[in-house]
Structures are given as C-alpha cells and as structure tokens.
Design a protein around this ligand. Structure first.
Ligand code: SAH
Length: 478
C-alpha cells in the first residue's frame, strides 16, 4: 500500500483551487460537497461558473491575482485541476510550506491523490489504485454502488445518534459490537434501510435489556460460538458470502496452513490469527489441541472461526471437530466451501460427470503408500466412474498400480492439478500409466489427481502449460 486512505476534514479552513474549465468545476463540486470554503484562482483570469448552482457558488471566493503569490496561511490543502504549468509551480510552493497538494493527473507533483468516491451521506467509500488506473477505480466504484443500499448513510447516522446511550448501558466493547450487529442485521436495520426511521427508533427503545439482546449470558459474558468455514481452494473470490461475513465477524481465526494468504487477508484486521494446521513433513499441534483451543476460546465468549482449505467435511476433519464441540456444549455452525476437486474441475474444464460417460464420482484419499494399499481398488474398476484422489502426490505409483491391478486401462486419462485457482496453478494431463512421471513434473503441492475418461474433455492447452505465456494467451484471444 503506497497511499494511506484518510478522510480529510475540509471544514477547518479554506482550500485553494487553481484551474479552469470543466476539470476545475468538477473539483469545485466535490469540494463543496465536503463542506469546504474554496478560494478559486483561474490562471487565465476568467472564472467560468457555468453550471454551478448558487448554493455552490456561495462557498466559493473568486480570487484575483497570481495564485503563486496567494496567502496560504490557514489553508488546509491545495488542489490544481486544469491549471497547466501553474499547477507545477503551485505544487512546489505548497510543498515548501508543508501543505498537502494534489495536481490532477500528475502523480509526480502531488503529495496526495484523489480516490474514486461513493458518497452515501455518512457512509463514504474511497477507492484508490495508487494512481495507476482511474478506470479500474471507477469499475470498482460501480460494483460498490450496486451492492450498497441507498440508505446506508441513514443507517450510520441512526446508529450514531444512539451510540452514546448504548455505550452507557453495555460497557463491554465486544458485547456492544454484537448489539449493533444484531440491530443492523435484524428488523431495525431493515426499517431504517427502507426509510422507516421513526418505526426503527420505536423498536430500538423497546429493547429492555440490551445485553441480553446482544447475546450475553446471565452473568453478562458474551455467548461464544464456533463457525467451521470452508475457505475453498485458494482464490478468495470463491469464498461464499457467508464465509466472508464470518471472517469479518471473527474474534479469533484458527486456520490451516493450506489456506492461502489472499484469503487470510479477508479476515477482520483486529482478529487474532492462529495457524494450527499440519503440512506435509511438518507436524501440527494435533487434533485434540485444536479442539481444546476452539472450545476454550468459545467458552470465554469469543466468536471463533475454524478456517479450513476447501470444504470442512471433505477430508477436513470437520466431523471430528463438531463432535468435540457438541460434547463440550459449544454452539457451532458450518459453512461449506468449494472443495479442491470442484475447483480443479472448473478451472481446467474437466466435467466430473458426463452423460453416458461418467455416472459416478469417488473422492478418496491416499496420503501415503500405506493408505493407497488400504484402498479397495477393486471397487473402482467401473470405467464410468471418475476417481478423484486427495493427498495423492506421494502415493502416485501406488495409485497407478492399484488401479491397473483392478483392471483400469493404462491409457485411462489422468490429470494432476496443483495449487488450483491460485495465481500459480499448474495442470498436467496424461495417462494412468504415466501418472508417477506427471507428478514428478509438478512444482509443489497441494495437488489433486483426477482419473477417468472425462479428463479427456479438459481444455487442452488452455490453462495447462506452466510455460503458457501472456503473449500466447493474447494471441489466442485475438
Ligand atoms: N478439505 C479440503 C481437502 C483437505 S486434504 C478440500 O475440500 O479441498 C488436502 C488435499 O486437498 C491436498 O493434499 C490436495 O490433494 C487437495 N487440495 C487442497 N487444496 C488444493 C488446491 N488448491 N489445489 C489442488 N489440490 C488441493
């Protein structure tokens, strides 16, 4: 992050604007919306006020003379838009006085830059791209505009009015946060967002015991809860909306090593993060210790997220964890995730089922050669069955010999898909006979094996070559 987003109070003193034309007028409108008093210098000498409303003009002083000689005492910030070379000289002057200055479309002469803005009254969203691409910022803004309720600013204002009163009645911060979350997510929030502020206010006054409403036990402690969350295979955009909400609400997150850093970035900033997972060759703290940590955290009133790669109930030990939670009497819920097989299938275009060709799917695990020997391969002879092997890298030769011994053809298509949905994903396609050699060529896990005729439908060469270059992709796109 090169630029720190901050919200500047422009009502503490005048701001200076230097420039002419539509660019300057657009800046004037934003500055007026922020409640600023603006001293406007038009280097050409002509203040073209066309299209500005009288109320806007009332906040603008049409300054005469040379802006480079202007008195900058008490000025909060300097803005140049459509100012030509004067902008550059103005920037040098502002900087020499330690004043924040922005010259439109000129990073080199700006000490701060302008974000794209979503303005909903008390709720303002600023979007920056470090000056790299205003078009990208605008696209992001459109997306945010589309998901933010129109009256979200009213909701913030509504809560602002009652914050002090509730603060007095719920001194404990975590509990207070829950109180407001329940208000926002419940009927009161819905009333405000649909424009029924008075009804919302009446409903808020009807809450006799705000602590109990916030989910406190009789002794005033907040009620803890564990959420098992499936993080999916790696791409953070594949998190469900519920998963994202759980990550944003968590007090503490116990996560697997497998969970990608891009996903850990989505956790609420103030939440504690505790890695607890195992990794090939590295022992973790053990399942019992994980269970104990989760239970203790929940019993102390925290909102706990147990974040697991893929789906919690697919080779994820989610079943054991909820058993321990049940025994301890801890409240919990489960949010599914996209399991590695589904992620690989979508990315590499391997339909796991196919009419007449693949009518069944088996997910199995073969962590070590011993595991692979324990698999009853004779149950997997059906050629109309797609076989997906989790944790199968080290046991690849045993998987091959097991399936061949069970009568699967050596020519059966197989795919090895590593780090799927991540930026460094890699996929290789070959035959069952070649499986160990394919696995050798993978540059590190985690990887999943998909075996069966459907693999022949994989988008040949589209995402498969690690050596696939941007140039080749662009060529293909043209
Ligand atoms: N619960 C997880 C599986 C955990 S077992 C899920 O539903 O996906 C760990 C195994 O999952 C790895 O050895 C690998 O076979 C597979 N796996 C997990 N993430 C993967 C990824 N991004 N790409 C390929 N395989 C992955």
């Amino acid at each position: 992050m090169r630029y720190l987003p901050v919200f500047l109070d422009l009502q503490t003193g005048p701001v200076l604007l230097v420039g002419t034309g539509e660019l300057a007028r657009a800046k004037l409108r934003v500055l007026v919306a922020a409640g600023a008093r603006i001293r406007w210098y038009a280097p050409s000498g002509a203040h073209d006020v066309q299209g500005l409303e009288p109320a806007q003009l009332a906040r603008i002083d049409l300054a005469k003379g040379d802006p480079l000689a202007a008195d900058l005492k008490g000025v909060v910030a300097v803005f140049c838009a459509g100012a030509g070379d004067v902008g550059i000289a103005m920037s040098a002057r502002a900087r020499s006085l330690g004043l924040p200055v922005n010259v439109m479309d000129d990073l080199a002469h700006s000490s701060f830059i302008f974000p794209a803005i979503v303005d909903r009254g008390d709720v303002v969203v600023a979007i920056g791209t470090g000056g790299a691409s205003p078009v990208v910022a605008r696209r992001v803004r459109e997306k945010i505009e589309a998901v933010l309720p129109a009256r979200i600013g009213d909701l913030a204002k509504f809560i602002g009015r009652f914050r002090k009163a509730i603060h007095g009645r719920i001194p404990e911060m975590a509990l207070r946060r829950r109180f407001w979350e329940r208000v926002i997510d419940g009927p009161i929030g819905a009333l405000v967002l649909s424009g029924h502020r008075h009804e919302a206010e009446a409903a808020l006054h009807k809450i006799d015991d705000p602590s109990a409403f916030a989910g406190a036990l009789a002794d005033g402690r907040p009620r803890g809860h564990v959420t098992l969350v499936g993080a999916g295979p790696g791409d953070p955009d594949l998190l469900t909306i519920k998963a994202l909400r759980a990550l944003q609400d968590a007090d503490v997150v116990f996560h697997d090593e497998l969970v990608s850093p891009d996903i850990l970035d989505r956790i609420r900033r103030d939440a504690a993060r505790v890695p607890v997972g195992r990794r090939v060759g590295k022992p973790g703290i053990g399942q019992e210790a994980i269970n104990r940590l989760m239970i203790e955290a929940a019993q102390s009133g925290q909102r706990v997220v147990r974040l697991k790669g893929g789906d919690p109930f697919v080779f994820g030990r989610g079943g054991e964890e909820i058993e321990a939670l049940r025994q301890a009497g801890v409240a919990y819920s489960v949010i599914p995730g996209i399991t590695a097989a589904i992620g690989a299938a979508a990315q590499y275009e391997v339909p796991l089922t196919f009419r007449r060709e693949a009518l069944r799917i088996t997910f199995l695990t073969a962590h070590k050669a011993e595991d692979a020997e324990a698999v009853d391969w004779s149950a997997l002879t059906d050629t109309k069955m797609t076989v997906v092997v989790y944790m199968g890298m080290t046991a690849a030769s045993s998987v091959r010999s097991g399936l061949l011994a069970a009568g699967r053809a050596p020519q059966t298509p197989v795919g090895v898909f590593a780090r799927v949905t991540r930026p460094d994903a890699q996929g290789l396609i070959g035959t069952l006979d070649e499986l160990p050699a394919l696995v050798e060529r993978i540059d590190g896990g985690p990887a999943i094996l998909i075996i069966g005729d459907v693999v022949a439908h994989a988008a040949a060469g589209r995402h498969l070559n690690p050596e696939q270059t941007i140039e080749k992709l662009l060529e293909a796109a043209q």
